[in-house]
Design a protein around this ligand. Structure first.
Ligand code: SMG
Ligand code: MG
Length: 385
């Protein structure tokens, strides 16, 4: 099975509302999509005929990099560049490419996890489609629907925040994540806790906005019975998180700091976190994401699926991952209408009890709708082998 070509496509997706974090405001998502075309002869190596086994097969991936390197060092232009300049030539030159081969082939290239993830996802989608297997089945999902949380940005006022949270709670979301930063932390959290009561699952995410010197201040959040505090300190400050975890009662969860199963194992050994947010894009793809899940399960560390404001394409794979048994906390896996008026796939719709169905069809189980895709496309390039 050979990779015979790749279409890179950039789309521009206006968000239904601006999303503000400690590092910036997103109003429109600038997203790189990748369509991989594989020559499928002998696809499953079994010698058996099956649907699509002999012809070409194609698959999709969504890159979670943002326009600017503010969440992490990655950004969309860099992703296009590293894919075209290094990763795709390496994969085109390989005599055999399938989902499991992509990671090892790209291993020599340092970092660029989001770029590695998008090509691995597209190749895996092509392979699974051709062999009739779903992402959920392939990854080891044990559920057919998953409970969903929602991530709520920094608002201009506590009143406006309460109104947004009210809308999400009435839509059925089972957990609320509040974005925090210095100056927007204790008061908004107190207000949401008081307004919605002790039963609402609440967690916070600082996106690296604090330092260990803020430990006493962050300990004020202990009063509110939060599920967790996500990535309070800088990405590299794993030791600082271990020290912070001793000074506050709220469980520490890592996001940005975890880029692989190895960094996850080290953070756990150091006592830097008791919970991990798994984002496949941040760790080089769904196969590494599953390895992190396995490491965490072996250590009794709870995991949940993060989000990067994905379209239905990325969401489909995230929901499949979130259906694995170790994902015991609700993820940032919200419905399409939390992000976009019109999604590029059939929309993911939240059930009244706050769940999304796990796609069951071959591969991702969803494909872009041609009309919707064309309407938001700003650039495409076909890269032949
Ligand atoms: O996809 O629902 C979503 C967004 C979840 O808060 C979210 N993601 O640090 O976890 C995080 C942020 C990163 C993206 S912010 C633009
Ligand atoms: Mg986060």
């Amino acid at each position: 099975m050979k990779l015979t070509g790749v279409e890179l496509r950039r789309i521009s997706m206006p968000l239904v509302a601006p999303f503000r974090t400690s590092f910036g405001v997103e109003t429109t998502r600038d997203i790189l999509l990748l369509r991989a075309v594989l020559d499928g002869s002998g696809l499953d190596g079994s010698g058996l005929d099956g649907p699509g086994l002999d012809g070409q097969s194609e698959g999709w991936g969504e890159c979670v990099a943002m326009s600017d390197p503010l969440y992490s060092s990655e950004y969309v232009d860099a992703s296009v560049d590293v894919l075209k300049r290094f990763m795709l030539p390496k994969l085109f030159a390989a005599s055999h490419v399938d989902g499991a081969a992509v990671g090892p082939l790209l291993e020599p290239f340092k970092g660029h996890w989001m770029s590695k993830a998008v090509i691995e996802t597209a190749v895996l989608d092509a392979e699974l489609r051709a062999t009739g297997r779903s992402f959920a089945r392939e990854l080891g999902a044990t559920r057919d629907r998953v409970p969903c949380g929602v991530s709520v940005g920094i608002h201009d006022s506590v009143g406006a925040l309460l109104e947004s949270v009210e809308g999400y709670v009435s839509a059925g979301y089972v957990r609320i994540k509040l974005k925090i930063e210095p100056g927007w932390d204790v008061e908004p959290v107190r207000a949401v806790r008081e307004r919605f009561g002790d039963d609402l699952l609440i967690q916070v995410d600082a996106n690296t906005a604090y330092t260990l010197q803020d430990a006493q201040h962050l300990a004020k959040l202990d009063d509110f019975g939060l599920l967790l505090i996500e990535q309070p300190l800088p990405e590299e400050d794993v030791l600082g998180h271990a020290q912070l975890a001793k000074l506050i009662k709220t469980p520490v969860c890592l996001d940005e700091s975890i880029t692989s199963a190895r960094t996850a194992a080290a953070a756990i050994a150091l006592g830097a976190c008791s919970i991990i947010n798994i984002k496949p894009g941040r760790v080089g793809g769904y196969l590494e994401a599953r390895r992190i899940h396995d490491v965490c399960q072996a250590h009794g560390i709870a995991v949940w699926c993060g989000g990067m404001l994905e379209t239905g394409l990325g969401r489909a794979a995230n929901i499949a991952l979130a259906a694995l048994p170790g994902f015991t906390l609700p993820g940032d896996t919200s419905a399409s209408d939390r992000y976009y008026k019109t999604d590029i796939t059939e929309p993911f719709v939240l059930s009244p009890d706050g769940q999304l169905d796990v796609p069951a069809g071959p591969g991702l189980g969803v494909t872009p709708l041609p009309g919707e895709l064309a309407a938001v496309t700003t650039w495409t390039e076909w890269v032949p082998a």
